[in-house]
Write a protein that binds this ligand. Structure first.
Ligand SMILES: Cc1cc2nc3c(=O)[nH]c(=O)nc-3n(C[C@H](O)[C@H](O)[C@H](O)COP(=O)(O)O)c2cc1C
Length: 164
């Protein structure tokens, strides 16, 4: 199992069939509930070269809503929110797979269908000239940037839907 199935929320929600880069489709749910990024904390995770989670700090576990056991061995796509355009993740992977750092604003999906915004820096961990893993460190984004990026991603998503 690459991604654990989200439980269906007992409150009003939207339902999506989301198709992932690896080719499989999963039913996900969203609710209109934002969890604020905790002040003075960093949310950290590490993946292998395929994006499978190998480490998550406590803030990551709490913000995602999944247990550590559920997160370990799952694809990082477990956080993919349907409001995020594919192009953002293509840019991320195109950048980090060539050994370069990536920065960006990401709207993440929680286990209960809610969301949280982060400003992420994803760094390739290189040893002997080879990428061994990736680490993402997330900071609290400003409300101004969240508003700005919400609008940008909405337009990008609309363009992707029109083109597919
Ligand atoms: C270290 C690392 C951290 C990532 N963090 C996130 C994240 O916080 N939220 C997210 O949706 N995708 C994140 N991704 C990208 C996912 O791996 C994935 O590409 C994205 O969720 C889109 O899903 P898909 O590629 O399976 O279609 C991260 C990738 C890496 C390597």
């Amino acid at each position: 199992m690459l991604l654990p199935q989200m439980p269906k929320p007992e409150v009003p929600h939207e339902q999506y069939e989301q198709t992932y880069y690896e080719g499989f489709t999963q039913t996900i749910y969203t609710i209109d509930e934002e969890k604020q990024f905790p002040d003075g904390r960093l949310i950290v995770s590490t993946t292998d070269t395929k994006g499978v989670i190998t480490h998550a700090n406590d803030a990551f576990v709490i913000m995602s809503g999944w247990s550590r056991e559920e997160l370990m061995g799952s694809l990082h796509s477990i956080l993919r929110h349907p409001d995020m355009p594919r192009a953002a993740f293509k840019d991320l992977w195109d950048t980090i797979s060539t050994g370069t750092k990536w920065h960006g604003y990401v709207k993440n999906l929680r286990k209960n269908g809610g969301f949280y915004w982060v400003y992420a820096t994803v760094v390739p961990n290189v040893r002997n000239g080879e990428i061994k893993s990736y680490t993402s460190v997330r900071r609290k984004p400003s409300r101004t940037k969240i508003n700005e990026l919400s609008a940008v991603y909405k337009d990008m998503l609309a363009a992707e839907r029109a083109g597919s």
